[in-house]
Design a protein around this ligand. Structure first.
Ligand code: NAD
Ligand code: USQ
Length: 403
């Protein structure tokens, strides 16, 4: 396949769960891809004493294997985007990328709530990385399209029966003279963790650089990503994607799939009344390609699209997996500070209009359990399953209690 020199894409955070399969997908689509990562995620695995359920290779091995399997090369630059500003400006000025896909943030809500050190790291890493990327594009004098991975969590998961719109809310403002004016404002943020707070702050940075510098930005408000493999990561075991199952980085659906495969009880927090939005990893990479292929027009305000395909209540998800696998369901004390129940209706027309054909849970569930979770179940350390990050000290179990 030909690599088009005029279509350079930077994939920031390209060693991560969403970034790696996206880099491969875009490479296969003919883009010239450069991955930028500081490998902080691999260092956090060491800090927490955890490992991906799937055996992930070093980046050197991954890129060598991709070349062997496809004849395609992907460039790599190790940079800390929150600190290494000048090299980032140089990279952007030299490569003049058509798009910069920004995954490079600390993305686990429980990790961000572990201690004041983790809160401060998450705020400093995420907000500095985003601001540095935007400021570097200005300094480099290029018109790259920024595609950022945001989160559904900026909306706060509840809208009193209204469908959550794609980023902006129509409001009517009463004036002193008795008239009313209509306006669209950013949907009010209501983050549920320090991590989600950084994504809310990112939104203001995007609005500002868009207004001041005319920057073209797409912010994808993504739901919880489930699954592991894409067509590209399945080509060879050395390309396998990461699968987090531990109490900090494991997300609910993948945790339930791993728990079902290892015979562990499914750990539902509280009553399991939280409703969340979900998307399969294969749809994530396709959505990013759709967003890149359809950049905002010059002068267009920040384009926000809700990147999700289905919503589920956590206890219904557990019941569905329990029915399919025979695993028991356990209702455990909720370590988080979140409502016991919420309703969630989400508008996702924009990506569907661009051509997204969703992968539904019912289709891929058993395949994921048998092909990934069961295959690597022997690598699971059950000690790492419980969530031990508490939003408030009052949520932590009393000393001596069983965790
Ligand atoms: P991940 O932790 O697997 O990957 C993030 C990558 O970014 C890692 O490789 C890490 O080393 C890198 N990184 C972090 N800070 C960096 C820095 N300062 N400089 C350079 N590299 C840095 O996370 P993921 O699951 O792939 O998520 C990617 C993005 O998608 C995140 O921004 C996250 O908020 C968003 N998102 C993820 C999910 C999900 O369910 N995984 C859902 C919605 C949104
Ligand atoms: N939960 C359980 N049992 C578990 C783990 C989680 O009941 O074993 C519950 C949580 O209490 C919560 C819900 O499941 O109510 C979702 O938790 P999660 O860890 O799957 O997801 P979350 O913390 O919201 O974060 C994940 C990603 C984050 C992304 C976000 C999208 O880690 O990067 O931004 O999903 S969203 O949730 O739509 O905001």
């Amino acid at each position: 396949m030909r690599q088009n020199g005029n279509s350079r894409i930077l994939v920031l955070g390209g060693d991560g769960f969403c970034g790696w399969p996206t880099a491969l997908y875009l490479s296969r689509k003919g883009y010239a891809v450069t991955i930028v990562d500081n490998f902080s995620r691999r260092r956090i695995d060491e800090e927490l004493g955890v490992e991906s359920l799937t055996p992930i290779e070093s980046m050197g091995q991954r890129l060598q294997c991709w070349w062997e399997m496809t004849g395609l090369t992907i460039d790599l630059l190790k940079l800390d985007l929150a600190c290494d500003f000048e090299p980032l400006v140089e990279l952007i000025a030299e490569t003049r990328p058509a798009a910069i896909v920004h995954f490079a943030e600390q993305r686990a809500a429980p990790y961000s709530m572990k201690s004041s050190r983790h809160k401060r790291y998450t705020v400093s890493n995420n907000i500095n990385a985003t601001n540095n990327i935007l400021a570097a594009v200005v300094d480099a004098g290029v018109d790259s399209h920024i595609v950022h991975l945001g989160t559904m969590g900026v909306y706060g998961y509840g809208s009193a029966g209204m469908k959550i719109p794609e980023g902006y809310l129509d409001v009517e403002i009463p004036l002193d003279n008795g008239q009313r004016i209509s306006q669209q404002i950013l949907y009010p943020s209501n983050p549920g963790s320090i991590y989600h707070l950084t994504k809310s702050q990112d939104q203001l940075l995007f609005a500002y650089y868009n207004k001041n510098d005319g920057m073209r930005i797409t912010d994808l408000h993504q739901g919880i990503v489930w699954g592991t493999q894409t067509v590209e990561t399945s080509l060879d075991e050395r390309l396998i994607n990461r699968f987090d199952y531990d109490g900090d980085y494991g997300t609910v659906l993948n945790r339930f799939l791993m728990q079902a495969a290892t015979g562990h009880e499914l750990t539902v927090h509280g009553t399991g009344g939280q409703t969340r939005a979900f998307i399969h990893i294969s749809d994530t990479v396709r959505c990013i390609h759709l967003a890149i292929s359809s950049p905002p027009d010059p002068g267009e305000r920040v384009r926000i699209m809700n990147q999700m395909t289905e919503t589920y209540r956590v206890r219904d998800l557990a019941r569905m997996i329990a029915d399919a696998s025979g695993a028991p369901v356990a209702f455990v004390d909720n370590p988080r500070n979140e409502a016991a129940e919420n309703e969630l209706f989400v508008e996702n027309a924009r990506l569907c209009k661009l051509g997204l054909k969703p992968t539904y849970l019912a289709q891929g569930l058993m395949e994921e359990i048998s092909e990934v979770a069961e295959k690597y179940a022997h690598r699971c350390n059950p000690e790492l399953i419980p969530c031990r990050s508490y939003w408030r000290t009052g949520n932590a179990p009393q000393e001596g209690a069983d965790t």
